[in-house]
Design a protein around this ligand. Structure first.
Ligand code: HEC
Ligand code: HEC
Length: 273
């Protein structure tokens, strides 16, 4: 009797070990999958002042996740600890064309996909804004990493990767994209597509990794122009409410929109049919 129990126990342990090894191997395969996106020449140079180039780059959300020198985006026991790495350390390793491919297609220098970084929102960043982002990043002096360590996946994260449940932006960006040459004079729709739509829909609530973001159209209609400006400048909702991730992205990114741009965004969101 005891012997049979021991054999059953040993079999269970063996099956578990095989399952763990299988999940690990599949998740490593997922992480090392490469994408065949050709590098395109990118020779556009910015004619903007350094301040304006930085302002535009900051409105396009890079610093909100990266905090320039690195930032922990997710730290969930079991799932993992996801780091948006130190831009000032990675950028010198990248050519301009490689940066453009990373930002617009979600493909890293080595051809693997970048997780979480929203290339599907960035695919249509206009060429002159792209040149501004590159110029700004190259002007940053190299800083030591602000957070220790790199991304570590926990068991649940590994299972998600193994089952292909963690979306890679490189899978979402269409093969052919047609970014404009210049940031539009009215940035309403452009800002919605490159920034807000990462978390929000216009007419329905949207559930993302750890948060629920409300539909934007009714909010844009109900906010006064002054309150909407306060929201994007300070991250505080009507009545001074803290709004979590919305407060953070506003303080890091949206506070860099000009008054006119903020009006254009609200108008687009409120009146778009
Ligand atoms: C929503 C958060 C988020 C935003 C917004 C974001 N990134 Fe990232 N970025 C990440 C994460 C997470 C990684 C690590 C991805 C990985 O290792 O697969 C990363 C990686 C990088 C890397 C290093 C790539 C490598 O080889 O490991 C660079 C450079 C970079 N991002 C630049 C940018 C720029 C430029 C922008 C703005 C246009 C931007 N990021 C916006 C989250 C973000
Ligand atoms: C990184 C994700 C993220 C991005 C990007 C983002 N939002 Fe939000 N936003 C949220 C979340 C989450 C909430 C809900 C916060 C809460 O209720 O605690 C929110 C709430 C709001 C609200 C409601 C505030 C209130 O009074 O309750 C408005 C208006 C809003 N966002 C506008 C915008 C606009 C405009 C943009 C683009 C310029 C934008 N958001 C980009 C995540 C985001």
């Amino acid at each position: 009797m005891m012997r049979i129990l021991k054999i059953i126990l040993a079999a269970i342990v063996a099956i578990c070990l095989i399952a763990v090894a299988g999940v690990y191997a599949l998740s490593e395969m997922r992480l090392s999958r490469t994408y065949d996106v050709a590098l395109a020449d990118f020779t556009v140079k910015t004619t903007l002042s350094a301040e304006e180039a930085e302002r535009r780059a900051r409105t396009l959300m890079c610093s909100g996740c990266h905090h320039d020198a690195g930032n922990v985006l997710i730290d969930e026991p079991g799932v993992g600890r996801i780091v948006a790495p130190n831009l000032t350390r990675f950028v010198p390793m990248y050519s301009d064309a490689e940066l453009v491919r990373l930002i617009r297609h979600g493909v890293k220098k080595d051809g693997t996909g970048a997780f979480i970084m929203p290339a599907s929102n960035f695919a249509n960043i206009a060429d002159d804004d792209m040149a501004a982002i590159i110029a700004w990043m190259r002007s940053l002096k190299q800083l030591p990493d602000a957070v220790a360590g790199t991304t570590q996946w926990g068991p649940l994260g590994r299972i998600g990767l193994a089952l292909d449940k963690i979306p890679f932006e490189a899978d979402l960006v269409p093969a052919i994209i047609t970014p404009a040459a210049a940031r539009p004079a009215d940035i309403g729709e452009y800002a919605f597509r490159t920034d807000c739509s990462h978390c929000h829909n216009l007419d329905t609530a949207k559930q993302s990794e750890g948060f629920l973001a409300p539909a934007l159209k009714p909010l844009a209609q109900s906010y006064s122009a002054a309150d909407f400006k306060t929201l994007l400048r300070t991250g505080k909702g009507v009545g001074g409410r803290d709004l979590g991730v919305m407060t953070q992205v506003s303080q890091w990114n949206f506070s860099h929109f000009t008054d006119v741009e903020i009006e254009q965004i609200q108008t687009y969101l409120a009146i778009r049919p």
